[in-house]
Write a protein that binds this ligand. Structure first.
Ligand SMILES: NC(=O)c1ccc[n+]([C@@H]2O[C@H](COP(=O)([O-])OP(=O)(O)OC[C@H]3O[C@@H](n4cnc5c(N)ncnc54)[C@H](O)[C@@H]3O)[C@@H](O)[C@H]2O)c1
Length: 354
């Protein structure tokens, strides 16, 4: 399968490494800064593979079947639509877009062209997350009362100052849109997928040089009658501490912590007598950073989806739902009022006009 990557920055090794793992035919990589694309190829001993600085030219000349888009978040929608219009299947880094209107435009383009498109919310593939999902699918936790998502991470000035798009409303958003969106996706997915209302506060307490939030706190109501509590911050002194999802149901409590929802920290399910230590051993992982191992699983799924003409495990609709959650939090925080779902049109830039 002919594969190309657009955007050769911080997250790009997870993409190129996954393409290598799955024996894709890497036909080109593209970055506005050629030296970044060249450095990435060198890291994988792939020198000689064509490097482009204009992705349109790359699409025309190389005709990739699958393209991964890992540029600044504010460019995802436009680049994805261009790739889709060239007939490419796409993997789009989170977040899908920074406005609901753009997210809908990407989905419409996918439908028009009939390609396979997936959003890179890779933590859905974490083994403890898969275990929790299976228990919920089998109804083993009974009625869900509430779930919490806590992300206690750390980002310092150097992270935001170079490159400078980070923390801007035009190209990024803050702790919730960039870092916490993975956990927010999991919170929604586990709580039945349909929030009805949110009340939220966001603030910037420790990063005066960025526009967006470094802390966000929110309370969600879900259609299933349960609640969600969100606490996301990049102000944690001393480094990334944990990202923890806890789900409380009438017949089960499951908590998944670790640095990025990768470790089982509590497992109590009625009628399930499996030993906690051996279950933990089976599902826990030790990733070297918060990005985890999910990219490779996500690539395996998308390749299979393309080969078998099926919907990928994390389709764009799931990316739009996670985006909707974050934008609803932004709107509630900006207006000081509860916000109901569906959100309708809203974008990160609307925060500035509220
Ligand atoms: N899934 C995850 O866990 C995860 C982790 C980190 C970042 N991300 C997401 O990945 C995206 C990239 O983040 P990053 O930290 O790697 O950013 P980065 O700034 O390190 O890299 C982005 C690269 O894209 C290039 N680029 C921009 N416009 C381009 C264009 N038109 N054509 C070709 N290249 C272009 C830039 O020159 C830059 O090198 C963001 O959307 C971010 O939210 C996801």
């Amino acid at each position: 399968m002919r594969y190309a990557l657009i955007g050769c920055g911080r997250i790009s090794p997870n993409h190129l490494g996954s393409a290598v793992d799955h024996h894709l035919e890497i036909v080109a990589v593209c970055d506005k800064k050629a030296e970044k694309a060249e450095a990435l190829l060198k890291r994988y001993s792939l020198e000689g593979i064509p490097v482009y600085t204009e992705y349109q030219k790359m699409l025309r000349e190389q005709k990739p079947e699958l393209v991964a888009i890992a540029t600044e978040s504010g460019y995802h929608a436009e680049i994805a639509i261009d790739c889709i219009r060239h007939g490419c299947n796409v993997i789009i880094e989170k977040p899908l877009a920074l406005s609901m209107a753009d997210a809908r435009r990407v989905i419409a383009a996918r439908d028009e062209m009939g390609v396979i498109a997936c959003i890179n919310q890779q933590n859905r593939f974490n083994k403890p997350i898969q275990l929790l999902r299976k228990q919920l699918d089998q109804g083993n936790l009974g009625k869900l009362f509430h779930a919490t998502l806590q992300m206690h991470w750390n980002r310092e000035a150097d992270y935001y100052q170079s490159p400078s798009w980070r923390g801007t409303y035009a190209l990024d958003g803050g702790a919730l849109m960039n870092q916490c969106i993975h956990g927010i996706d999991l919170l929604r997915w586990m709580m039945g997928g349909e929030p009805t209302e949110v009340m939220a506060i966001t603030d910037n307490l420790n990063h005066p040089y960025i526009e967006a939030e470094d802390i966000g706190l929110a309370l969600f109501k879900f259609k299933n009658g349960g609640y969600g509590v969100l606490e996301g911050t990049v102000n944690t002194y001393g480094g990334n501490l944990d990202e923890t999802l806890s789900v409380y149901g009438e017949s089960g409590t499951i908590q998944i912590g670790g640095i990025a929802t990768n470790k089982l920290t509590c497992y109590q399910v009625k009628g399930d007598s499996r030993d906690f230590d051996s279950l933990s051993k089976e599902v826990n992982t030790e990733p070297k950073n918060v990005y985890g191992f999910g990219h490779s699983f996500l690539y395996a799924d998308v390749i299979d989806a393309i080969e078998n003409h099926r919907t990928p495990y994390v389709p764009l609709e799931e990316g739009m739902k996670a985006l909707e959650m974050v934008l609803a939090v932004y709107k509630s925080a900006a207006t000081g009022k509860p916000v109901t779902f569906p959100l309708g049109d809203y974008s990160t830039l609307d925060v500035l006009n509220q």
